[in-house]
Design a protein around this ligand. Structure first.
Ligand code: G6P
Length: 366
């Protein structure tokens, strides 16, 4: 194990640090500058088949489900195909309507999660077209699907998924680009996404370099009993994943909300003991997110803003600044500081980050 850790204190730390290279591997040979698109040969689908897809449904458990939610947002935005994500663990219990023209994407780092495998089998029984988004080659879900996109994240040991999750989102950005370019996404918009994808590894490196600042912020808030993670539209899956990570490895309760929903209930919980992590991408919702922060501050709630743009001085109690790539892909970058925040909070509390209590890396039983 010492050898495998390669000098890192734990696997989560190592796997977070490996993300820039993992993303480079996911992109290798798949981006096409000339036609401003992506090639995903493992899908085994030609342009006509891709054009015939009526909707995209992402299925996964835990972090893979949140990656799917981010994927659905990307597919709707870039390809204008209706897309949703749902927990694979529920799928077979609710007698789902299976659409023969839909593309179902089964997402799994391990490729062995029983709930996700069972969803794949239910889909196949009902004539659904299902592909895998899997990290482990030769795993049960990869074999069952027979087609899909491998994540190329390399081995992931830590229970909390970091580099595999990042490569899921990168793969879905490529899928969305490909689906967009056989429909009505312009060459110029395609080029913008290709350039954004190419910029991701360096941007992730820049977030990782802010490690000490994030550790500092984490130690200030590690005594909290509960935290809110606030994000809207593109940043909504990021907030959900951030809350999940914090719960998994620090055992602090966390809940994700859209900023727009705060006034419909959760504002009642805001007080000086309840910190909110607010995601503030520099997109068209910037002003709305600033208002959200003001609403929380007015009720005495501490705010950590995670942003890729300049915010008014003194708006938040702490600011985590990350680079901007492009509005569509920025959610991928915003997930990284939340990993570090969860990691350092867990470390400040003396938790075993690689092996959180009651959890397994891959759940192969019902
Ligand atoms: C378990 C792990 C989670 C993981 C989920 C899906 O619940 O604790 O961290 O996200 O399984 O795993 P998979 O291998 O299918 O991506």
């Amino acid at each position: 194990e010492d050898y495998a850790l390669g000098g890192y204190p734990d696997f989560m730390r190592k796997e977070m640090a490996e993300q820039p290279d993992a993303v480079r591997r996911a992109l290798r040979g798949r981006l096409d500058e000339r036609f401003a698109t992506a090639h995903l040969g493992g899908l085994n689908m030609d342009a006509r088949e891709l054009r015939g897809i009526s909707k995209v449904v992402f299925l996964g458990c835990g972090s893979a489900y949140y990656a799917g939610q981010l994927g659905a947002q990307l597919v709707e935005e870039l390809a204008r195909i209706p897309a949703t994500a749902e927990p694979a663990s529920e799928f077979r219990y609710r007698n789902p309507v299976v659409d023969p023209d839909a593309l179902y994407v089964a997402i799994s780092q391990s490729g062995e999660t029983l709930d996700t495998l069972a969803a794949v089998q239910e889909l196949q029984r009902k004539g659904g077209r299902v592909i895998g988004a899997v990290n482990v080659v030769g795993s049960a879900i990869a074999r069952e699907c027979g087609a899909g996109v491998f994540l190329h994240a390399g081995p992931e040991v830590s229970v909390a998924s970091t580099k595999a999750l990042t490569n899921m989102t990168v793969s879905f950005a490529m899928l969305a680009l490909l689906l967009g370019r056989v429909r009505d996404l312009s060459a110029a918009s395609g080029e913008h996404i290709v350039n954004g994808l190419r910029a991701l590894p360096d941007a992730i490196d820049a977030v990782l370099a802010a490690d000490e600042d994030i550790a500092d912020i984490a130690s200030q808030f590690a005594k909290a009993r509960s935290m809110f993670f606030i994000g809207r539209v593109r940043a909504w899956p990021v907030a959900r994943e951030g809350a999940q990570k914090l719960k998994e490895i620090s055992y602090i309760h966390a809940e994700a909300y859209q900023g727009s929903e705060l006034k419909h209930g959760p504002l009642a919980l805001i007080d000086p003991e309840m910190p909110s992590i607010v995601l503030v991408p520099g997109d068209e919702l910037l002003a709305k997110n600033i208002t959200t922060i003001e609403q929380i501050k007015a009720r005495g709630g501490p705010v950590i803003a995670v942003t890729n743009t300049d915010l008014p001085d003194g708006l938040a109690d702490a600011v985590i600044r990350v680079p901007a790539v492009c509005a569509e892909l920025d959610p991928i970058i915003l997930t990284i500081p939340l990993q570090l925040l969860a990691y350092h909070t867990a470390m400040a509390l003396g938790r075993d980050v690689d092996k959180p209590r009651n959890l397994a890396k891959s759940v192969t039983v019902e």
